[in-house]
Design a protein around this ligand. Sequence first.
Ligand code: KG4
Ligand code: ZN
Length: 338
Amino acid sequence: SQNVYILGIESSCDDTSAAILCNDRVLSNVVASQKIHEQYGGVVPELASRAHQQNIVPVIDQAIKQAGITKEDLTAIAFTRGPGLMGSLLVGTSFAKSLALALDIPLIDVNHMQAHILAHFIDEEGFDKPEFPFLALTISGGHTQVVKVTNHFDMEIIGETIDDAVGEAFDKSAKILGLPYPGGPLVDKYAQLGNPKAFPFTKPRVDGLNFSFSGLKTGILYFVQKQLKENPNFIEENLHDVCASIQYTIINILIDKLKKASKETGIKSIAIGGGVSANSGIRKALKEGEFKYGWKTFVPKFEYTTDNAAMIGIVGYLKYLQQDFTDMSIVAKARIKF
Ligand code: KG4
Ligand code: ZN
């Protein structure tokens, strides 16, 4: 059969990304991360949409060039419809529509959260694709979900955060410690040098498979403020231990819920995605789960775990196989479930 060339476009948050896939293989995956937000300690929506507007054409041009094709070779265009920041989504959505119209090729709308999960189906040497059914843990600065995945497009959210995302928990804790945004990777780095049991932080009590991280953040804030009153150098003197303790608590929360989800569903295959899956502690805990609980765990190649367009492209390909296209009346949506 003929090769299918998909252009994937992602613009839901603060990364402008374009990718070209030939069937389920990635030919290029260009990501322009927006540095502008660092100074504000978080993503500023208005600035994000402006940066997408500036980045989108060069990013798509570069993706096409790196893939060694021309835009006339494209079979279809897939774009992130949501969930995400409305102003950011509008840039990718409008661009995808215009280009599909100009090239007269099919347009495919993609759910960003589904894409984080289906990124596992990119054909990549050294990475296995999970078999159905499996549990997906999506953890990033914007999301925290446990999803039961029965088939490519048959997914059910069985647990999610009721307040902050897990990445926010890392970033906000880091901010309390005076670390720059996004602090997650730094907490991870220092945690590896510290004692995870040095400071016991209270885990939230949340029913079922849902998560809560806002209480933890407040707990850390009060704890650090109290310590600073007694010792103004508390943070510098204890940075490694504090980071290790924060990370240990967060990972315990995630693993506890995964254990519960696995027990309730009887599913032992677990696939993770999202920027926080880079965390060394979560990776270690998952590997331990293989020995302790008989899990089989899947971690995709790092560039496909953070926000990227290759994951949008793979969903585009899977939907293309089903001839599941959308028309020009499609609009971006800030909040959507599966
Ligand atoms: O998926 P992502 O790039 O963007 C979205 O938020 O959608 O995830 C970014 C998040 C940030 O909160 C960042 O601090 C966190 O992932 N992160 C980490 C690590 N690397 C990235 N958190 C903990 N440990 C890490 N090694
Ligand atoms: Zn994401």
